[in-house]
Each structure stands twice: as C-alpha cells, then as structure tokens.
Design a protein around this ligand. Structure first.
Ligand SMILES: [Cu+2]
Length: 137
C-alpha cells in the first residue's frame, strides 16, 4: 500500500483457498484492505465517510481519547481515577485498517470470487484507483 495505490491490481486465488495477506503500508496515510463485492464496498465508503466526519477516524489513523477509569477498591478516591488512552474501535470481519508505516496480516478463505474486489474505502481512495480484483484460477 502506498499513497494512493496497491502494489497489485489483481490477485489470483484458487477455489477454497485460504490466503494470509501481509499488508505493508508504505504511505503517509492510513489505508484499508477491504474484501467484498463492489456494492458492499460502496456502502462501506458511506460508513467510512461518517466515521471521518465524527472524528472516529483520521486520515492517518484511529482517533484516541482519554477516559478516566475508576479506581477499584479504594472507596472515595481523589483524584477520581486513572487516565487511560483508548483507541477508537472500527472492526469489520472483511476488512482491516493499516496505519502508515505499519504491517498487518489478514486471513481470508475464498469460496466465491465472483465480482470480488479488494479496495480501500477511505474517503477518495477508491475513486483514486485504490481497488483491485481477485481472479479465480
Ligand atoms: Cu487508502
């Protein structure tokens, strides 16, 4: 992955094959590897746009926020708790987000590759050509 493309436009897979993808993001922006049909990826683009709008995701990663964890067993404590940095949650079984400069693994079993794509649904990335196809061989 780079800004804004995948290293491959097409990936050959065999029926029933389970593939372990090693996704290396060499860009400065966050990217996604989303396995799905074109229609569901278009829907996912809308969800992604909403997550960017509400600040859950940023162009370079997941937003973090600080929550105050209550201290247990200490009764009325002062200060009231322990600060903890919490990462925004964005989980989909068919997709993985890869932050800039990181490498992540993603495992998928191919039962049906008809019209199956891999795509990045971050705002503008799909439109910039960050999409490829799986070809059954
Ligand atoms: Cu992308």
């Amino acid at each position: 992955m780079d800004d804004i493309s995948y290293g491959q436009k097409s990936i050959d897979v065999k029926p029933g094959e389970t593939v372990r993808f090693v996704l290396k993001n060499e860009g400065a922006l966050m990217h996604e590897f989303n396995v799905g049909k074109a229609l569901s990826q278009l829907e996912h683009q809308r969800e992604m746009a909403a997550l960017f709008k509400d600040g859950t995701l940023t162009p370079t990663g997941k937003a973090t926020s600080i929550v105050w964890r209550e201290r247990s067993g200490l009764g009325d404590s002062n200060p009231p708790g322990i600060p903890e940095v919490v990462e925004a949650i964005h989980d989909d079984p068919n997709a993985i987000l890869v932050e800039p400069g990181t490498t992540k693994e993603f495992v998928w079993t191919f039962h049906d590759t008809a019209n199956l794509n891999f795509a990045c649904t971050l705002p503008g990335h799909y439109q910039a050509g960050m999409v490829g196809e799986f070809v059954m061989r």
